[in-house]
Design a protein around this ligand. Sequence first.
Ligand SMILES: [Zn+2]
Length: 138
Amino acid sequence: MGQSDFMAEVLKQKNAIRKQLGLPPTSIKGTYLGPRRTAGVISKVKRKKLLKRDKHTCQICGRRFPERNLVPNHIDHDRRHNAMDNLETTCAGCNMNEGIIYSRLLREAGPRSEVLEAERLQIVEKARRIVREQVRRK
Ligand SMILES: [Zn+2]
């Protein structure tokens, strides 16, 4: 098996796990190693398009906000993955809450270099569930 076949196989497995967890597919072959990896830039046009698609409504708490209080959220917490289906509109508060929960769970999982991508994606899913349950209880 050549290197590119191998990477294609890894990507296939990665997307199979993402599908099970209800996360959008990715074309990024490598493993997420944390925010220090180069983050992609979401252009102003893309941001506008995203806010319009989501009707300026936070996809976590369901409330509408003025543009300045809304932030694009990476559904899979991989900031290199700026495809529209990996982005959702969130208010600053919900975005921060989910970020905090995700970071805490990830830290608890062990040293960053030892957390497997499959495990990380489950943490993403868990953080999403927790933050949404918090909102429902309010
Ligand atoms: Zn919100």
